[in-house]
Design a protein around this ligand. Structure first.
Ligand code: GZL
Length: 325
């Protein structure tokens, strides 16, 4: 009786050790690829599709890496589920492009407790302890908004009242928070800027819907401040249907963010007044930071990508054709 019990006890102890991962999961063992789990926001915009292409092409072409991407369809809950799956799979590093800033404390603590490093890309997360992630690679969204409002301030200098229609992206996303803040700060200083907000969730369809409804109530718009190109395209379609002119020489000045090829083409053709670039092509930069991390080198907590603004004067067809997105 005693003998069979001790065999059973040893067997139970063996099973319990087999279930716990030993060692540091962040160091891929010699010979196997370094596994990256990437939770992407969705496919809501041309910008996002270009960003996914940049990340995918950077890693999938390199045998040293195994790249697993999950599309959250703009739902944060889907990102939590994807990140928890990556933990269970024991990936070596997790990259997250967060839908919104809030709500990440718990799941990032779980990742931290599992010993898996995290890189935040594009937008940011709001957590008590920024040691829960290695670095944040993305845009200075407030800086983008500041470039836009500085241009608009010059364009509307001396005008009595400026009616600005503000098309907001996904509420709570860093891109929305900071592009909105830049406009609100400027409007507070200008005194003659009157702003009205519509919610377009960064998509063309939603923007077309809300703009069509809005134009049924008023056509009193001097400026459209649209937080991404796809919402701008939806708004332009609604303007066309309502007979409202826009762009250079039109009733409505259009400011748009992302500077995708399609937006730059409209800008060169005088249909959009200002394109504020938001650079999605940071896959190579993320890879470079991961390689520094794997070598034990320090990496900065925040890395901004280079970005510019464009008016029709800055554009020609060769430049637009040369753009990657
Ligand atoms: C910006 C990114 C935004 C883009 C939109 O970095 O988060 O989300 O401006 C996209 O096109 O939907």
């Amino acid at each position: 009786m005693r003998r069979s019990f001790s065999i059973l006890l040893c067997f139970a102890i063996l099973i319990s050790f087999a279930g716990c991962r030993g060692g540091n999961v962040t160091e891929s063992s010699a010979g196997r690829a370094f596994v990256i789990g990437f939770s992407q926001v969705g496919a809501e915009s041309d910008w996002r599709i270009a960003n996914t292409k940049s990340m995918t092409e950077t890693f999938q072409g390199d045998p040293e890496y195994e790249f697993r991407m999950e599309n959250a369809r703009q739902q944060q809950e889907n990102q939590f589920a994807a990140v928890r799956r990556f933990i269970l799979e024991g990936v070596d590093l997790i990259v997250i492009a967060p839908t919104v800033e809030d709500g990440w404390q718990t799941v990032l603590t779980e990742v931290h407790d599992a010993g898996i490093p995290v890189i935040i890309t594009d937008r940011s997360v709001s957590v008590w302890d920024n040691n829960l992630y290695l670095t944040n690679v993305g845009s200075n969204f407030y800086g983008q908004g500041k470039k836009a409002v500085d241009w608009l301030s010059e364009e509307t200098r001396g005008e009595s009242n400026v009616n600005i229609l503000h098309l907001q992206g996904t509420i709570g996303a860093t891109a929305q928070i900071q592009r909105t803040q830049a406009l609100e700060d400027a409007a507070a200083n200008q005194g003659n800027w009157i702003t009205n907000k519509l919610y377009g969730d960064f998509t063309e369809a939603k923007a077309y819907e809300v703009m069509t409804d809005y134009l049924a109530t008023t056509h009193d718009i001097d400026v459209l401040y649209s937080e991404n190109d796809n919402m701008t395209f939806g708004a332009m379609r609604a303007f066309d249907e309502a007979g409202i002119t826009y762009g250079e020489g039109g009733q409505v000045k259009i400011i748009t963010f992302d500077a995708t090829k399609e937006a730059l083409q409209y800008c060169m053709d005088g249909k959009i007044d200002l394109c504020v670039e938001c650079n999605p092509l940071f896959g190579p930069m993320v890879k470079e930071l991961i390689e520094k991390y794997r070598k034990g080198e320090d990496i900065p907590k925040q890395v901004y990508v280079e970005e510019k603004v464009f008016t029709s004067k800055d554009l020609d067809q060769a430049f637009i054709d040369s753009r990657e997105y």
